[in-house]
Design a protein around this ligand. Structure first.
Ligand code: PLP
Length: 291
């Protein structure tokens, strides 16, 4: 395959960086997760502008200056999909500081941009899209930097996610659910969460969760079908007694949750509202309805 690195498409094996790459040591980098889907009009990247805007905002929060304009980054993503002959793809843009200096005080670091694209099926498993996943509340909570910097999709914010996910997988679950320091439900390791109760959709407000692009899409789909959506602080027990629950994310798309901490959620499989929103989401990404 080919990878876009600093303005050029390079063979997979040649898209390298030095071991003293600053971001590898200190985690100051930003990235995106984007998907392209097959549509009647060919392959289309879903919400490309939104992802690129968030990438630039993430970089701005970190004080990192991306040495390209938005259109170049958009076009690079289209090129990465096209030149790898992908009809559908997961796309990973990342901006990082190079090996031009070491130490926390390094100055004159250059910002490099890499964009990889590959074929990726259902992130949490094809069967789970129908049956739902099993989740555990993590013993790791979102800490101060995550909470105050949650609008940045930054590499450094993911140590927390990785600790939570490893713990969940080790204990035989499919995914972790992270709480904030006050015990309220925040998000999965790479997904936003929604619950359904008495026909109303609830999702945590954005005080400490990423402003997910799939979350935004689901909120607007719910509005279109006249389903009320409430953004508020959600407690752990509200999740336990929800009629339905699901995760949203570019990778996870709309994934039903059937169990949390050994408590069955609703009927213990994909609920009807989840199924409806999931269907609408797939119609939207495949261009089978107006964007
Ligand atoms: N929350 C976290 C921590 C994430 O990493 C992601 C993935 O990008 C999401 C939520 C979902 O965001 P999106 O729907 O934009 O992919």
């Amino acid at each position: 395959g080919l990878i876009w690195l600093d303005g050029e498409m390079r063979p997979w094996r040649e898209a390298n960086t030095h071991v003293l790459t600053h971001t590898l040591h200190y985690g100051m980098g930003v990235f995106e997760g984007v998907r392209a889907y097959q549509t009647d009009g060919g392959t289309a990247i879903f919400r490309l502008e939104d992802h690129t805007d968030r990438l630039f905002n993430s970089a701005h929060i970190l004080g990192m200056k991306i040495p390209y304009d938005r259109e170049t980054i958009n076009e690079a993503q289209r090129t990465a999909v096209r030149e790898n002959d992908l009809s559908s793809a997961y796309i990973r843009p990342m901006c990082f500081y190079g090996p031009e200096g070491m130490g926390l005080r390094a100055d004159q670091l250059q910002v490099h941009v890499v964009i990889g694209a590959w074929s990726w099926g259902a992130y949490l498993g094809e069967d789970n899209m129908r049956c739902g996943i099993r989740v555990r509340v993590s013993s790791f909570t979102r800490h101060h930097v995550n909470v105050t910097m949650c609008r940045a999709k930054a590499n450094g914010n993911y140590m927390n996610s990785m600790m939570a996910l490893q713990e969940a997988l080790r204990d035989g679950y499919d995914e972790a659910l992270l709480l904030d320091a006050s015990g309220c439900v925040m998000e999965g390791s790479g997904e936003n969460i929604f619950i359904v109760r008495d026909g109303v959709l609830y999702t945590p407000d954005l005080t400490s969760a990423l402003d997910g692009i799939t979350r935004r899409t689901v909120i607007s789909l719910a509005a279109e079908i006249g389903m009320p959506v409430v953004e508020k602080r959600i407690t752990r027990d509200e999740v336990y007694i929800a009629d339905e629950a699901f995760f949203t994310g570019t990778a996870a798309e709309v994934t039903p949750i059937r169990e949390v901490d050994g408590r069955t959620i609703g009927s213990g499989s994909r609920g009807p509202i989840t199924e409806r929103l999931q269907g609408l989401y797939f119609d939207q990404v495949h261009g089978r309805r107006d964007a």
